[in-house]
Design a protein around this ligand. Structure first.
Ligand code: PGA
Length: 245
C-alpha cells in the first residue's frame, strides 16, 4: 500500500497590509507569474478581511486559494471586532491562520482560544493553519520541545488532524531576516510530526522565508511548505517562492 504524502502548501500571510486596490494590483501582477506552478503545490493568500471579497471574485477559475487570518470560536454573537467561520465560508475562504505569534503576543491569544478557533474553523470546513514556535529566550533556555509540545497538545484537543496545516514559526525568525537554519527547522518539524502522530500532515516553516532561501528550505524532507509574511507582499518575490526549484 502506498503511504499518503503531505500536500505542499505555500501560503502568504499579508498581515495588516494592502487595501482592496493594492490587493487587486498585486493579483494582476502575480497571476501570470505563477501560471506554471505545478498543480500539486497549493498556493494560498491569507489576506485582510476587507480584501477577501474582491480577491474571491478575481480568484475564480484560478487554482489559488483564499485564506483569512482569524476566526472566532462561536458562529455568531456579541464579539465586537471578531469574525465568524460562516462569514468566511460564504465568501469562498478555504484556509484560516490560527494562533499566529502576533495574535498571541498582542491580542491575548492563548492555547485555549486557539483550540476553540481551530475547532470552529474545522466545523465549517475551513482548513486552519496552526502556528507554533518558540521565542529566542525559550530557545536559549532549551525549552523548544516542551513549549511546542504544550502548544500542540492544548491546541489540538478535539481537532481533526486530517484537515489541518501546522506552521512552525520560531518567533525570533519572524520579520527579522534571521531565518532558522534549514537543518534545525527540519529537525523541529520532524518532532512536531511525531507528536501529532500523522506522517502525512502538512507542516510548513515560517520566519523570514525569501526568494534566496526557499529552494534550500523546500529541499528539506520534513518541510512541506512555507508561511510567508514580508516576502509575500511583492508579486515578484512571492512568485519566486511559489516557483521554488
Ligand atoms: P515573515 O513573517 O515572513 O515576514 O518573517 C512570517 C509570518 O509571520 O507568518
Amino acid at each position: 500500500m502506498e503511504c499518503p504524502v503531505p500536500q505542499t502548501v505555500i501560503a502568504g500571510n499579508w498581515k495588516m497590509y494592502k487595501t482592496q486596490r493594492e490587493a487587486l494590483a498585486f493579483l494582476q501582477a502575480f497571476l501570470p507569474l505563477v501560471s506554471g506552478v505545478p498543480a500539486a503545490r497549493e498556493l494560498v493568500l491569507c489576506v485582510p478581511f476587507t480584501a477577501l471579497v474582491p480577491l474571491a471574485d478575481k480568484l475564480q477559475g484560478t487554482s489559488i486559494q483564499l485564506g483569512a487570518q482569524n476566526v472566532h470560536w462561536e458562529d455568531q454573537g456579541a464579539f465586537t471586532g471578531e469574525i465568524a467561520a460562516p462569514m468566511l465560508v460564504e465568501l469562498g475562504v478555504r484556509y484560516v491562520v490560527v494562533g499566529h505569534s502576533e495574535r498571541r503576543q498582542y491580542f491575548g491569544e492563548t492555547d485555549q482560544t486557539v483550540n476553540g478557533r481551530l475547532r470552529a474553523a474545522q466545523a465549517h470546513g475551513l482548513t486552519p493553519i496552526l502556528c507554533v514556535g518558540e521565542t529566542k529566550q525559550q530557545r536559549e533556555a532549551g525549552q523548544i520541545e516542551s513549549l511546542i509540545y504544550r502548544q500542540l497538545d492544548q491546541a489540538l484537543v478535539g481537532v481533526d488532524p486530517d484537515n489541518l496545516v501546522i506552521a512552525y514559526e520560531p518567533i525570533w525568525a519572524i520579520g527579522t531576516g534571521l531565518t532558522c537554519e534549514t537543518q534545525e527547522a527540519n529537525r523541529v518539524i520532524g518532532l512536531i510530526r511525531q507528536r501529532v502522530g500523522r506522517p502525512d500532515i502538512t507542516i510548513q516553516y515560517g520566519g523570514s522565508v525569501k526568494p534566496g532561501n526557499i529552494d534550500e528550505l523546500m529541499a528539506a524532507p520534513e518541510i512541506n511548505g512555507v508561511l510567508v509574511g514580508g516576502a509575500s507582499l511583492e508579486p515578484e518575490s512571492f512568485a519566486r517562492i511559489a516557483n521554488y526549484c
